[in-house]
Design a protein around this ligand. Structure first.
Ligand code: 26Q
Length: 806
């Protein structure tokens, strides 16, 4: 987009005056940010309108990404970058004595997600628009984002995230597009005058679903897609229907909070209500808009692709059937055909406890008509499959069994595509977790390895490196991430290697300043910055990291002159509020941190920093400053991981198990450029079969491990009487479910190899360069293009980066 500095300044000053009756010089940062946001929004409003007009006029097929979470973080800089206005605006503001960074900090993170799954949805929205693909998001506009985390005496405390308090400049409320969503009551079927069985509803409750749209801008291509988030309101005419105050509050509060559990399924009624809410609103609105352009319902699959992001929107299948059969008068068979062709599903987890199942009674209570439809889908599935395969297989794969509705079964049976998010994960789905379904529908299964938006994680978060890349390999990598490969031409160029190392140092200094400011801990940028940032979960094994830290600490205690390269261990992690074990790990890390950081005997060689409130913005600060990327989940447990890709892109060296996408990172950088350790997925499964793992034996035979574990219960680590005991017991009494002790020695060895490598500066720099050079492979641009071609069958309507350069 072409806007001159003069034009921008004029527009900006005018907006400040209009909005706040104030001059720029007299305005607060809040006011300046709000004005800037609204100017930027006005700049892209034409492109937004045109994108909508063009998709409608061409009647091209569009994708709708249904996700109960989106985690975009801040949007100001990303919008400026994608519009090609970052430099113009930064420079203009500077000329007015305003620091763009300061205004960026005013914006609240939009944190409508827990972690990987929500962030992936947002990287996809960026990439879909940047690839010129017609694709929209559909989700929930939570009034409160993911809780804010504070540490009080080392314990996690959760505070509400009031991200909307100052308003949200990017959203547009579309009251005219509101739809009703019905709940509860009773339903029975009655023959109508044409002899069709139609539902009759009694005592239903009605909610108004009001959409708030946010533009999703493509990179330099004038494409603006829509993220549509729904908010619940009680319609005026219904006010008196809600009997009790509690009931009213319940329903009004429906979209107020995001459930903060990421991989631990809890069957809360309100969560089910939320799921139906955004599914029903989204499907209704898609069908309404298609009908408006004259599309026949029988042809719907030629015009829309609906993607079910994990099972949370799996009700899409039943809601689509309800509308097609009850309201559009299609026969069941025809409606089913359309539905299956329209829907596709991604699985994000193999952890059994995260698989969604709802009691039949809850569905009957909340969505009685949908439950009838699910029963009919199930009945027909059983009838059809019983003719083809043995009855036990049918019993295992049916949707309703043991009084529960299995959402993954509904999603697989009701869609034409099921994919995992990394090669290993997709293989495990086919071979183990969803093997029964693979037997029934082998052609539906496929892999789509996750990806990341390099615009956010390199261009925006790591400007020093991005600028150096421009000077070194040209700017084509900004559009074509695989062009980062050009960096390989410099792998032996000591000047470039040193320049890259200098950018890393700059980023480390910036992070060190933040650490000092927020925690009071003084860390040296000359130390190795070793980073583990992700949700706190036993399978991700932050505990393994902690045990290794304790090992180094005891070595230094025994011999303060021990030759240990100075390291700063940096953690960022939120625990689900109900996940006590995870919270106890946080407490222990914080207590170990206090103990070690205060111990002068070790001369500052080890520092531990657990940064509060890990979120997208903090990730943008930490990742560019990382030397070492910790990806140490138990093999087979992490579906993909995406922080592994972000850290690699910014030149960190990975220490990893052969899990999720780590395997693909290893394959692409080669064994010499990554530190792999630990059990393989086969070895883990063999232990499950033979049941012959004994953590106690390892403990009894290894004095180093004894000393480390005893520290948790003998008072060595202060203030963790309860927590330390629980962790000790999880390892020894309950036999170490995630094989932490089994992988300990090989982790120690891998950490040693990392240290040795770091001491060899030229070699380290080369490994770092090789990681950045190969990270283009994991651009989400390529991931969404594969979804577009293989699953959604949609085509670009804009060229990639067709716009002029900034
Ligand atoms: C389900 C039911 C009830 C309440 C909550 C939930 C729920 C919510 C969020 C279940 C799971 C999640 C989030 C899962 C998630 O983030 N998974 C991660 O997805 C990433 C993107 O594919 C992968 O890279 C990670 O490996 C995977 O852990």
């Amino acid at each position: 987009m072409k806007i001159t500095k003069e034009q921008f300044k004029k527009d900006f000053k005018r907006r400040v005056r209009e909005k706040f009756a104030n001059e720029v010089e007299e305005s607060s940062s809040d006011e300046l940010f709000a004005s800037l946001g609204s100017v930027i929004q006005a700049y892209y409003s034409n492109a937004w309108k045109d994108t909508r007009k063009d998709t409608r006029a061409s009647q091209c097929k569009q994708a709708y990404y249904f996700s109960i979470e989106f985690l975009p973080g801040k949007m100001l800089k990303s919008n400026l970058l994608n519009m090609g206005l970052l430099d113009t605006v930064r420079d203009s503001l500077k000329e007015m004595n305003i620091d763009l960074e300061e205004l960026c900090n005013v914006e609240k993170d939009m944190a409508l997600g827990n972690g990987g799954l929500g962030r992936l949805a947002s990287c996809f929205m960026d990439s879909i628009a940047s690839c010129g693909l017609p694709g929209n998001g559909n989700g929930i506009r939570y009034d409160y984002g993911l809780f804010k985390q504070k540490f009080v005496d080392g314990n996690q405390v959760e505070l509400p995230d009031e991200w909307l308090r100052e308003g949200n400049v990017w959203e547009v409320r579309k009251a005219s597009k509101a739809v009703n969503v019905n709940y509860g009551g009773h339903v029975y079927l009655k023959e109508n005058e044409r002899g069709q069985l139609k539902p009759v509803y009694e005592n239903q409750q009605v909610l108004r679903a009001v959409p708030y749209d946010t533009g999703m801008l493509g990179y330099h291509n004038n494409m603006v897609n829509t993220l549509r988030l729904w908010s619940a309101e009680i319609p005026e005419f219904e006010e008196n229907r809600y009997q009790s105050i509690e009931e009213r509050r319940d329903f009004r509060d429906l979209t107020s909070v995001l459930y903060p559990d990421d991989s631990n399924y809890e069957g809360r009624l309100m969560r089910l209500v939320q799921e139906y809410f955004f599914v029903s609103a989204g499907i209704q609105s898609i069908i309404l808009s298609q009908k408006k352009t004259g599309v026949a319902m029988l042809d719907l699959a030629n015009y829309v692709a609906i993607h079910i992001n994990d099972t949370h929107p799996a009700l899409c299948v039943a809601e689509m059937m309800r509308i097609l059969v009850d309201e559009e008068d299609l026969s069941w068979e025809k409606a089913w055909n359309v539905t299956v062709k329209t829907m596709s599903y991604t699985n994000h987890t193999i952890m059994a406890e995260a698989l969604e199942k709802w009691p039949v009674s809850m569905l009957q209570e909340v969505i009685p008509r949908l439950y009838q439809i699910i029963e009919e889908i199930d009945r027909r599935f059983v009838e059809e499959m019983s003719l083809l395969v043995d009855s036990e297989l049918v019993e295992r794969t049916r949707i309703i069994k043991d009084g529960q509705v299995h959402m993954a079964h509904l999603a697989i049976i009701g869609s034409h595509s099921t994919n995992g998010v990394a090669k290993l994960h997709s293989d495990l789905l086919k071979g183990v977790v969803l093997h029964d379904f693979y037997l029934l529908y082998p052609e539906r299964f496929n892999n789509k390895t996750n990806g990341i938006a390099q615009r956010r994680w390199l261009q925006l978060a790591n400007e020093p490196l991005a600028n150096l890349l421009d000077q070194t390999i040209g700017t084509s990598w900004r559009k074509e991430a695989n062009d980062l490969h050009l960096l390989m031409n410099y792998k032996d160029d000591s000047k470039v290697l040193q320049q890259i190392a200098d950018t890393k140092y700059t980023n480390k200094v910036r992070l060190a300043e933040y650490i000092l400011k927020t925690t009071g801990i003084d860390v040296s940028p000359d130390a190795i910055f070793d980073v583990q940032i992700k949700r706190l979960h036993a399978y991700k094994r932050q505990l393994l990291n902690l045990l290794h830290i304790l090992k180094l600490y005891f070595e230094l205690k025994d011999n303060p002159e021990a030759d240990i390269y100075p390291r700063v261990f940096i953690f960022g992690a939120k625990a689900a509020p109900s996940y006590t074990y995870a919270k106890h790990i946080i407490k222990c890390i914080n207590e170990v941190a206090n103990m070690i950081n205060a111990d002068e005997a070790i001369q500052g060689k080890l520092k531990i920093v657990f940064l509060e409130n890990y979120n997208v913005s903090l990730a943008e600060l930490i990742i560019p400053a990382a030397d070492v990327s910790e990806q140490i989940s138990l093999a087979s447990k992490e579906a993909s991981g995406t922080s592994n890709m972000k850290l690699m892109l910014d030149g960190a060296v990975t220490i990893a198990t052969l899990d999720g996408a780590n395997i693909e990172i290893r394959d692409i950088v080669g064994d010499d450029n990554i530190a792999i350790f630990g059990l393989t997925e086969e070895e883990v499964y063999r232990y499950y079969e033979t049941q012959n793992y004994s953590a106690l034996k390892i403990y009894e035979n290894d004095p180093v491990i004894q000393r480390i574990l005893n520290a948790f219960i003998d008072g060595t680590i202060p203030n963790i009487k309860v927590e330390g005991q629980e962790i000790f017991d999880s390892l020894i009494r309950y036999n170490d479910e995630y094989f932490v002790l089994r992988d300990f020695q090989s982790y120690v060895d891998a950490q040693k190899s990392i240290e040795t490598l770091y001491r060899d500066k030229p070699r380290w720099q080369k490994v770092s360069l090789i990681n950045t050079a190969h990270a283009g492979h994991f651009s989400s641009d390529y991931t969404v293009q594969r979804y577009a071609e293989d699953i959604w069958q949609i085509e670009p309507i804009r060229k990639v980066g067709n716009d002029s350069e900034q």
